[in-house]
Write a protein that binds this ligand. Sequence first.
Ligand SMILES: Cc1cc2nc3c(=O)[nH]c(=O)nc-3n(C[C@H](O)[C@H](O)[C@H](O)COP(=O)(O)O)c2cc1C
Length: 336
Amino acid sequence: MKLGPHTLKNPWILAPMAGVSEMPYRVIALEMGAAAAPTELVSAKGLLYGQDRTARYLTHAKSEKPFWVQIFGGDPDAMAAGAEKAVELGADILDINMGCPVRKVTKNGAGSALLTDPKRAASLVAAMVKRVDVPVTVKIRSGWDAHSVNCVDMAKAVADAGATAIAMHARTRAQAYSGKADWSLIAHLVEHSPIPVIGNGDIFEPEDARRMLRETGCQAAMIGRGALGNPWIFSRLVHGEQTRPTPTMRWALIQRHFNAHLSFMGDTFRAVKCFRKHLMWYCHGLNNATSFRRQVTQIDEVEPLLEFCESFFSQAENDERHAREEVSFNAKSALG
Ligand SMILES: Cc1cc2nc3c(=O)[nH]c(=O)nc-3n(C[C@H](O)[C@H](O)[C@H](O)COP(=O)(O)O)c2cc1C
């Protein structure tokens, strides 16, 4: 897929996720094979007022090429000025968040509130395209609610205003995360959108991602929850690997991720608190994961946390090895 001058090396993209798509995790997803990893949503006004926290969102690594920054806001002038600032700070592509359902965002006419007014959505794109010389993409939901599914109107409006591509989470704002993403709407959008479509919603296994491309004809797929604690979904897509990561693989990556996260956050106490959620995801599907999650929330310091994790993942590795040995023993016995 091409986004202005940038060609993505494959169709697999890490979805922007607040509190997850920070530099350390984006870099890991890219190393694992994701073609791109946009930032989480960043306030255009926050960028202008130069708040420290907002600037941290724009910290990125050399390997992040193209560096794709998602901004949000409801006012065209502020969005254009925020876009300019983001480009100054290194953005190669800008994305506009038009899907966030959170009230703090929608009450200012930003995020999914833009779905109710394609003209206003287009005015944000037009203001940004006029001000900066990088591709501008948008990320929408399929509509505000079941009675106002307007993704095709949105695509036409933002394309007319100069948007380069459109990503769609195939649920309405009213659905939040309930039900299933309606991929037929992605196919419908592909058919009628003047600009390339990136499909999104309910990819949890590599095969789901391939199926989304096959069934909808979208040019690329964004993976969100399916990549939480599971950046291997990208290596499995790229290399066609069948197997899930072993506990030992997870523990090795956790150490790397945690160290990068500590340097990124600076403040150790906050870093530990924020990292605990990644641990909740990294243990998914392992023996005693529930008790691991409960205990992890009680640990506030680096060394005790690492020791606890090491012992959990090494026990999980032993459990898996025993289970494999038992299967192979039973298979041999069955063969006589
Ligand atoms: C923890 C979390 C944070 C999210 N933050 C953002 C965000 O900052 N910007 C955005 O456009 N979407 C955000 N989303 C939505 C995802 O990008 C994606 O559209 C949604 O999760 C559906 O895809 P999935 O089924 O692959 O998870 C977030 C989702 C999650 C789970």
